[in-house]
Design a binder for this molecule. Structure first.
Ligand SMILES: C[S@@+](CC[C@H](N)C(=O)[O-])C[C@H]1O[C@@H](n2cnc3c(N)ncnc32)[C@H](O)[C@@H]1O
Length: 238
């Protein structure tokens, strides 16, 4: 018998199976929340590049189903205590790919680099605003480092465009990045819009991966900032 694949030997892969998460990525979001309390007082959230849906599952279980004892270290479902669903919660999940339905999650299928997708998300909020926008978007990696970082950058720009249009003042933005030589510049640019910005690598993110996450808290753009200024860049992306 051959060796099991690297994924199957991975502790988070096994924990994800045991606890019913669609992907091991769930632990990245749970660990970011453990450190930065990104779910505190959140009732409206957007999950960009959401398929197969483990981050949406976290949002659904934490915010809508209000499951208690759902921690990055929980080892079995028996510890989870579901309460009454919170019907005030709105979660919008978007991906190129369809994904199976989740309680309390509205799904949109679309390309986040397209203006029409941004518009559809904005319309979902119908004049209200989101407390949290998360994006775990990743292109198919080519292995050409600079190209991969560039395409990831375009996803980040598209996610920011959506965040700038739907986030409330004081809101939180979390997105995957590929770490490169311009990470410090990225932090400096994000600090123009958010009071606090960190780059973090959750312990469940593989050391071999160049991925990391920006965590941006307290959305506070300069007075007079018009989020539609970014819009012209969208349709020219790829
Ligand atoms: C790493 S997976 C996301 C995993 C997800 N957070 C989870 O926990 O299940 C990256 C996703 O990005 C999506 N994606 C890549 N480019 C996209 C785009 N332009 N618009 C929408 N989704 C995109 C892919 O379809 C893929 O499902």
């Amino acid at each position: 018998m051959g060796k099991p694949s690297k994924d199957k030997r991975d502790i988070y892969y096994r924990k994800a199976k045991e606890e019913g998460w669609r992907a091991r990525s769930a632990f990245k979001l749970l660990q970011i929340d453990e450190k930065f309390e990104i779910f505190k007082d959140v009732t409206k959230a957007v999950d960009l590049c959401a398929a197969p849906g483990s981050w949406s599952q976290v949002l659904s279980r934490k915010l809508y189903l209000k499951e208690e004892n759902l921690t990055p270290n929980s080892t079995s479902n028996s510890a989870i205590v579901p309460a009454q669903p919170n019907e005030n919660v709105k979660i919008v999940a978007v991906d190129l790919q369809p994904m199976a339905a989740l309680p309390g999650v509205t799904q949109l299928q679309g390309d986040i680099t397209q203006y029409s997708t941004a518009q559809a998300i904005i319309q979902e909020f119908d004049g209200t605003q989101a407390d949290l926008v998360v994006c775990d978007g990743a292109p198919d990696v080519t292995g050409m480092h600079s190209l991969d970082i560039y395409i990831q950058g375009q996803l980040l720009l598209s996610a920011l465009h959506i965040a700038f249009n739907v986030l409330k003042l004081g809101g939180t933005f979390v997105a995957k990045i590929f770490r490169g030589k311009d990470s410090d510049l990225l932090v400096a640019q994000l600090q123009l819009f958010f009071e606090k910005v960190w780059i973090v690598k959750p312990r469940s993110s593989r050391n071999s991966s160049i991925e990391a996450f920006v965590v941006c808290k307290n959305y506070k753009p300069k007075e007079g900032f018009d989020p539609t200024q970014l819009t012209p860049y969208l349709n020219n992306l790829f």
